[in-house]
Design a protein around this ligand. Structure first.
Ligand SMILES: *[C@@H]1O[C@H](CO)[C@@H](O)[C@H](O)[C@H]1NC(C)=O
Ligand SMILES: *[C@@H]1O[C@H](CO)[C@@H](O)[C@H](O)[C@H]1NC(C)=O
Ligand SMILES: *[C@@H]1O[C@H](CO)[C@@H](O)[C@H](O)[C@H]1NC(C)=O
Length: 505
């Protein structure tokens, strides 16, 4: 079974930036265990249920330095929010041993350049109920070999989260805009300050998350690395937020999904096509409309588990040769293939769950990377999608460049954006995206690909022995139940496994 979590507290070294051209800044992005997804609670139209149900604990982290002298912090990278915030060493969050792993705090008293801005209170809340409150401050902030001197950040003086975030989204999505209900309250966030201080030329960056099994990818501000993708880079339009009419998140039009395996291929449909999806690196899984999710589950053999409130799949299906092609921006637009080995994730950071009944009885159960959502949209394509794509976020032209990722390459050919507002280098626009107003249709596919998705999945015996159908809490999908609250805080001990009827490998 693949390992999807890295040692908590691991520090990821900044990239060696010696060979970088002018006007770009690069940093390594490392994957490690995190809390369940921290998605900022929006005022309206957020699918809190599905996000709060996100059980996997992988997040992408970057190493940053704050203050004078510099304090090194490990912060979660998030394209789905727009503030940098750090927990304060005065917060009690790291005092309990449960939280001490992976703690990354800032001690403001030790920085001679720390200045409280006197702005409104800093306050951010996430759909899983966690929060961070405190004040805004400015200080020196470094990523990779680049430094900005006057970065506005939130200081979490009262928080239950033991690491901070680097949000690189639109400034209209900053917490202060919700707090003050006023767009003009927004300040220049990280990529904008990098432009302002001359580190990069335009507000744009590229994200290469790399393979699920690779420990690092990178984030490149102000440029595109054309060696990190294969085929053409196609750019598609970002759509404005349906509620506010502003550009505030990376919403693009998902216009087709195709399932392909050795036994055939199917064009999947949805009454929600074209589906408004947010490309969000801070979300571990992907969430699509119910009708689309159900077709994808049937193709792959994933089954919904009511106890865990997620779709699960035999772990062995990671080696299925099947894949999905996600199309964006209409015919001949961007298309990204996502293979099954990127879509099968460990359910727990340690130990494993086993199907106790049903068609997969005795097999190890994994979390499936594509989940359903009851939201009316926009939906979310998180890390399970983003790892297969090289994604360029251009916040000036409101365009996103998408190309098939080049997994694990050590090659690099970095091209900087020429100037503020320059288009994405080496990208061509999706030719028919102006016509993306299809009539939503739903046709049950023939499921010609279904048998191919299952063909390599010979029943793997679980090495923990038989689950014996014990432990109560088995349900229709046959996965032994674990109390939700235990999963969500990520504390899964051997005792709890035993109590839940689960097996430890
Ligand atoms: C630092 O940034 C803040 C907020 O953007 C701004 O109000 C302030 O004038 C800046 N200070 C300096 C010294 O540039
Ligand atoms: C990428 O590298 C990781 C770690 O070495 C490896 O497990 C994985 O199979 C590689 N992925 C591809 C697509 O080659
Ligand atoms: C996902 O689908 C399952 C099975 O159809 C359903 O029970 C569940 O309520 C759905 N979850 C969401 C968040 O829509």
């Amino acid at each position: 079974m693949r390992t999807t979590s890295f040692a908590a507290g691991a520090i990821f070294a900044a990239a060696a930036n010696a060979a970088l051209p002018d006007g770009v800044a690069q940093l390594d992005v490392g994957r490690r265990q995190a809390h369940p997804r921290l998605r900022r609670r929006a005022t309206a139209n957020t699918d809190s249920t599905s996000i709060a149900n996100d059980l996997s604990e992988g997040g992408y982290f970057v190493t940053c330095k704050i203050g004078t002298p510099a304090q090194t912090l490990t912060l979660q990278l998030d394209t789905g929010s727009s503030d940098i915030w750090v927990p304060s060493s005065s917060a009690s969050v790291c005092e309990s041993s449960r939280n001490s792993d992976g703690c990354s705090l800032v001690n403001s008293a030790d920085s001679s350049t720390f200045v409280v801005t006197g702005k409104d209170e800093f306050s951010i809340a996430y759909v899983d109920g966690s929060h961070s409150d405190g004040s805004y401050f400015t200080d020196v902030f470094s990523i990779g070999s680049s430094t900005v001197t006057n970065m506005t950040m939130g200081l979490g003086e009262s928080t239950d989260i033991n690491f901070g975030l680097v949000g690189v989204g639109y400034k209209t999505d900053e917490a202060i805009v919700s707090t003050e209900e006023d767009l003009s309250a927004a300040y220049n966030n990280l990529p904008l300050v990098m432009v302002q201080e001359g580190v990069i030329k335009t507000n744009a960056y590229s994200l290469w998350l790399n393979d699920l099994d690779a420990s690092t990818g990178n984030l490149l501000f102000g440029g595109v690395d054309t060696a990190k993708y294969t085929g053409d880079m196609i750019k598609v339009d970002v759509y404005t937020d349906p509620d506010t009419g502003t550009f505030s998140s990376f919403i693009v039009a998902l216009t087709s999904v195709e399932a392909v395996s050795s036994s055939g291929s199917d064009t999947l449909t949805s009454t929600s096509f074209p589906v408004a999806v947010v490309l969000d690196s801070g979300t571990t899984l992907s969430y699509v409309p119910q009708d689309l999710a159900e077709q994808i589950w049937k193709e792959t053999g994933a089954v919904y588990n009511a106890e865990a409130a997620v779709a699960v799949i035999p772990c062995s299906r990671a080696s299925s040769g099947g894949y999905f092609t996600f199309g964006f921006g209409g015919p001949n637009g961007a298309s990204i293939k996502v293979a099954m080995d990127e879509l099968v994730l460990d359910l727990y950071s340690s130990g494993t769950a086993t199907f106790s009944s049903g068609q997969y009885k005795g097999e190890a159960a994994c979390e499936f990377g594509i989940q359903n959502s009851s939201s009316s949209g926009p939906f979310l394509l998180g890390d399970t999608f983003l790892r297969s794509a090289y994604v360029v976020y251009d916040l000036v032209n409101n365009e996103i460049g998408l190309a098939q990722t080049n997994f694990n390459t050590s090659d690099s050919n970095i091209v900087a954006f020429a100037s503020s507002g320059a288009p994405i280098p080496s990208a061509t626009a999706a030719p028919s995206q102006a016509q993306v107003t299809q009539t939503p249709t739903f046709t049950t596919p023939a499921f010609a690909a279904e048998s191919g998705f299952g063909s390599t999945a010979t029943a793997t015996s679980s090495s923990g022995g038989s689950s014996g159908g014990s432990g109560g809490g088995s349900n229709a999908a046959g996965v032994n139940a674990v109390p939700m609250d235990l999963l969500r805080i990520g504390v899964i001990s051997a005792t709890l496994f035993a109590a839940g009827g689960l097996l430890i490998l």
